[in-house]
Write a protein that binds this ligand. Sequence first.
Ligand SMILES: [Mg+2]
Length: 255
Amino acid sequence: MKKLIVFDLDGTLAESKAAIDKDMAERLAALLTVAKMAIISGGDWPQFQKQVLAHLPKGKRLQNLSILPTCGTKFYQYKSGWKLLYAENFTDTQKKKIIDSLNKAVEASGYKATKTWGETIEDRGSQVTYSALGQAAPLDEKKKYDPDFKKRDTIKKHLDKLIPEFAVNLGGATSVDVTKKGIDKKYGIHKLRDVLNIEIKDMIFIGDAIFPGGNDYPAKQAGAFSIRVSDPNETKRVVEGIIGCLDDGRFKKGF
Ligand SMILES: [Mg+2]
């Protein structure tokens, strides 16, 4: 019997960086009354607050929800409010080395942008993210910047030499993420198993990038029963199906 339903965020529960819509909020609230639920994303906590938590009904049922920012290097649970269970942050020395190396690698690549919007380096505690055009760059500029990943590949090659002890990943349209090695959704699934004491065979994982190279694929590799969706609307149908199977009569009319 499945006990825990785990979701990816961007592209699965909501469009990239957008909030969940009313229909999704209604279905997730219903799911929380019949099952435990978790969300794993590479994004940080404020992203979860803005995109998901601000739109869910408050109350005791949130105790069934676990939030794992930056792939589970942070873990939040709901008691009478949201509580951070742990955060595996970089030390100050590690952070300094990563930021210095990022600056060096960008210079050496020859791809340092001449125009930027906002800060280019963001400290997320357990992840340092470089955004080539800055945090607040307009979407059309970001799309044009590096569609074939060539620029960031060059930056990554320099970085891999400077900080071989860390993992360097290319994400989004303009970003380069630096984390500890081995931090992906498989890591998050293992954290859920250990913290919630639920076996992986009792989990369902739902994501839009469950294919080799996709950032949800490691969750499948961890052994979770995985369902690939193409967008949030498909996720709603999957959630309805799960509620229909687990419901004890409250949602007998369906959605
Ligand atoms: Mg996704």
